[in-house]
Design a protein around this ligand. Structure first.
Ligand code: KG4
Ligand code: ZN
Length: 354
């Protein structure tokens, strides 16, 4: 071991994640119990159901994490836990579990912001992965998930200056809504990406919300436009208005999925690259569930490379919610002396602190 071994717990939304991370970088275990199948029939997350599933899975996930890493609680130097933002009931399951573990084993309890976790996923190394340089400052981070979409500048560890954020919906939420409109099921992101890959003709152009010179973003207009475009396509195909009354032909779904995805990718890429150039960043870090999107990854990576900007995009499994990212951010917080007491409470609307 080259640094402290953190046990990190993530339960803010619909994934129960527990990881063991050494020195804020090296993953020893990263177990995620996903509730995607549980929430698919309702087409979205039911908070009560999510909290109960965390309770059901948190102990087996801990056992598997310790077994995978080949360690016991005696080897652990601290417990990091997400305390916000997220669903209150879900957060409380992880927080109370973390408190109990920290108390029983006499370990420091380190509170972590979920959004910061998505940024710090860029520092992680998989078990057995060759060492590589950590992202260097100053950098610009784009976090795009189901609940959040923002751009920040970081000049040092734990130092965030918010450049822009969505003024309405998160990008992932737009993927999920449009996925539903196209009859692609939940979650929409991966399904839209797969459908877009099958598009042969790429001329269905969706609008872009540029919001002038601002780094802010907007996706609600795109969602409304998508509703209109899908309705027109259904009428053209002679289908009734309701998407439950018959599916659009596969090739049209693919073209529409491509058009929607291209609009999101275009705006996210342009804003991020401009932010990196205007702030004099050395590189870009991408995070959040939507960063698992292959079109976004490819586009932003090639635009960054063309400008000599270093680019860090975690593998898809580290972009979506997981415990390891909380361990990466938690290590930085622990090193900075951040500790929580046993009165730590859930902060459902916690902003990304400065
Ligand atoms: O970060 P995350 O796992 O949870 C939140 O903190 O929200 O992000 C989940 C979001 C969902 O909206 C999902 O549709 C989206 O990430 N997502 C994707 C892809 N994989 C997941 N969006 C686009 N393309 C993907 N491949
Ligand atoms: Zn997340």
């Amino acid at each position: 071991m080259t640094g402290p071994l953190l046990l990190a717990i993530e339960s803010s939304c619909d994934e129960t994640g527990i990881a063991l991370v050494e020195d804020g970088r090296r993953i020893h275990a990263n177990i995620v119990a996903s509730q995607v199948a549980l929430h698919a029939p309702t087409g979205g997350i039911v908070p009560e159901v999510a909290a109960r599933a965390h309770l059901r899975w948190i102990v087996p996930v801990l056992d598997e994490a310790l077994a995978t890493a080949g360690v016991t609680m005696g080897d652990v130097d601290g417990v990091a836990v997400t305390y916000g933002p997220g669903l209150a009931g879900s957060l409380l399951v992880g927080i109370n579990f973390a408190k109990a573990l920290a108390w029983v084993h006499g370990l420091p309890l380190v509170p972590v912001n979920h959004l910061e976790g998505h940024v710090y996923a860029g520092w992680l190394l998989d078990p057995g992965e060759a060492e590589r340089e950590a992202p260097s400052f100053p950098l610009v981070a784009l976090v795009v998930s189901g609940g959040h979409t923002f751009l920040v500048e970081m000049r040092d560890h734990l130092d965030y200056r918010l450049l822009g954020t969505t003024v309405d919906d998160a990008a992932g939420e737009a993927f999920d809504k449009v996925g539903r409109l196209l009859g692609l099921g939940y979650p929409g992101g991966p399904a839209i990406s797969a459908a877009a890959d099958r598009a042969v003709t790429k001329d269905r152009v969706f609008p872009r919300a540029w919001l002038r010179d601002s780094y802010d973003m907007s996706f609600s207009g795109l969602k409304t436009a998508a509703r209109r475009i899908v309705a027109l396509a259904r009428a053209d195909a002679g289908l009734p208005a309701d998407e439950r009354d018959g599916a659009l032909p596969d090739d049209i779904v693919a073209e529409l999925a491509w058009g929607f995805q291209d609009s999101v990718v275009d705006v996210l890429t342009a804003k991020t690259i401009r932010a990196a150039e205007e702030t004099g960043a050395r590189g870009i870090v991408l995070g959040g569930g939507v960063a698992a999107n292959a079109a976004l990854r490819g586009r932003i990576a090639s635009e960054a490379a063309a400008r000599g900007l270093a680019m860090v995009i975690p593998r898809p499994g580290l972009c979506t919610d997981n415990g390891a990212m909380i361990g990466a951010a938690g290590a930085r917080r622990m090193a900075a002396g951040v500790r929580a007491g046993l009165d730590l409470d859930a902060r459902p609307s916690l902003p990304l602190a400065r």
